[in-house]
Design a protein around this ligand. Structure first.
Ligand code: FAD
Length: 412
């Protein structure tokens, strides 16, 4: 009998299992995958995500695995480009782009070192219930017969298509259909490109250096173009690169090292994430378009919040179900504005004249551009930068039109 079974051992599940095990709880961490292994995701980790790794004692390990810090990002909306980086979060000044093979392996190792029992290659098929409460899971290892794991709480950290969410009938809310379709791949020999974010009407092109001296290039199209893009990804991809001066030629001067990976399955939604004996974390509980690169940082945040709530419940400081439901409220309030920002970005709309003027101001005032990057990085409330947006609890509030007066008086 475990205290907690965590289903899914990547960005949400592995740190949650690690934190609970460090707090002395008996934790099973089950995943159908084995590690190291890849998953469909690029890599951008804002300072607030890197700050969690630092707090958990894992950031030095990530750097030691060949993941170099990124100290400048270019944000290019066509007529205007700004470069910079946001203020440090909890002393972490840099952003990172670890390959998921590297990051997820590091997280599962840390969970196992902390005492969580890693059960990899284990597919969860169903939940166990007793008197209306979740009390475990049923599943199997590869070709083996089904077996059961029992616990006081089951956490689904099993991603967008969460089995746990389906089995507990978690209700979806704030649903919005997919807005983009995306493809990405990796190039060698073009590392000098650095990190950049290029917004064009109907297109988003992201470029990041990652492990093994590779550069990841990611392109987003409106979702309705997915079937066309899928039929001839290479040509569509190259046409998109042409929207950024010199990018297609630079990519052609390097070598593509992997096939194109992509999807049109990027819904935006929250799910009820707390119930009797169960909780959801990471993408299982809240999924959004990846254009703003916040999913990993949010999964880390969920892990921290849920670990505290479960520890309170397990230690008898609060009734368990109250603790888990408090987690869901905190999660919703901290992620709501980032969710809005992801929706705004994923619409791939042309930049309005007013927003363009704001970015022109930012291009001349490094402090303003620093604040724009700070909103994305989670170190600044967006209301300080985009004051037309009502203030929310979240530090990373969504994009909207700025009041010009606020732009010029921005201070650190
Ligand atoms: C194309 C793309 C690009 C992205 N780029 C970025 C980016 O640059 N930055 C960023 O922050 N975020 C990005 N994201 C989002 C990010 O990948 C997710 O938010 C993040 O992976 C969520 O982590 P998670 O642990 O919740 O879920 P996942 O990473 O999906 O992990 C879920 C795990 O659960 C396991 N699992 C599922 N079902 C079962 C089952 N029945 N039994 C056992 N195990 C199971 C899976 O094997 C998997 O290992 C991107 C996403 C996509 C699709």
């Amino acid at each position: 009998m475990y205290d907690v079974i965590v289903v899914g051992a990547r960005c949400a599940g592995a740190p949650l299992a690690m934190l609970l095990a460090r707090a002395g709880h008996r934790v099973a961490l089950a995943d159908r995958a084995s590690f190291p292994s890849d998953t469909m995701s690029t890599h951008f980790l804002w300072q607030r995500g890197a700050a969690r790794l630092q707090a958990w004692g894992l950031l030095d390990r990530l750097r030691a695995r060949g993941c170099a810090p990124i100290r400048e990002i270019t944000f290019d909306v066509g007529p205007v480009q700004i470069s910079g980086i946001g203020p440090a979060v909890e002393g972490v000044a840099d952003t990172y782009c670890p390959r998921r093979t590297v990051l997820d392996a590091l997280l599962t190792e840390a969970a196992a070192e902390s005492g969580a029992e890693l059960i990899d290659g284990f597919v969860v098929r169903d939940m166990l219930w007793s008197e209306g409460r979740a009390v475990g899971v049923r599943g199997h290892r590869r070709e083996s017969a089904e077996s059961s794991l029992r616990a006081r709480v089951v956490v689904g950290a099993d991603g967008l298509h969460s089995t746990v969410a389906r089995k507990v009938a978690a209700r979806a809310y704030r649903e919005h259909p997919p807005l983009t379709a995306v493809y990405y791949s990796y190039w060698s020999g073009i590392r000098h490109l650095g990190a950049s974010f290029h917004a064009r009407p109907g297109q988003l092109i992201l470029v990041w250096p990652t492990n093994d001296d590779l550069t990841c290039i990611y392109v987003a199209w409106p979702r309705q173009e997915f079937s066309q893009v899928r039929k001839d990804t290479e040509n569509h991809f190259h046409a998109a690169l042409e929207l950024v001066p010199g990018l297609r030629d630079t990519a052609a001067s390097g070598r593509r090292e992997a096939r194109f990976t992509g999807t049109g399955d990027l819904p935006n939604l929250y799910r009820t994430s707390a119930g009797p004996g169960w909780a959801l974390a990471g993408d299982a509980g809240h999924h959004k378009d990846p254009s703003t690169g916040m999913g990993i940082s949010d999964a880390f945040q969920d892990a921290g919040l849920l670990a505290e709530a479960l520890h309170d419940g397990l230690a008898g400081r609060r009734p368990m179900d109250d603790a888990i439901s408090g987690y869901q409220h905190q999660r919703d309030s901290l992620t709501g504005s980032g969710f809005d920002l992801a929706l705004t970005t994923a619409r791939l709309a042309p930049v309005s004249p007013r927003l363009e003027a704001f970015y022109r101001t930012a291009a001349q005032q490094p402090e303003v551009s620093r604040r724009i990057f700070g909103v994305l990085g989670g170190s600044l409330p967006a209301a300080d930068v985009y004051p037309d947006k009502p203030r929310r609890d979240s530090p990373h509030t969504g994009s909207c039109l700025p009041r010009r007066a606020q732009v010029t008086v921005a201070s650190g």
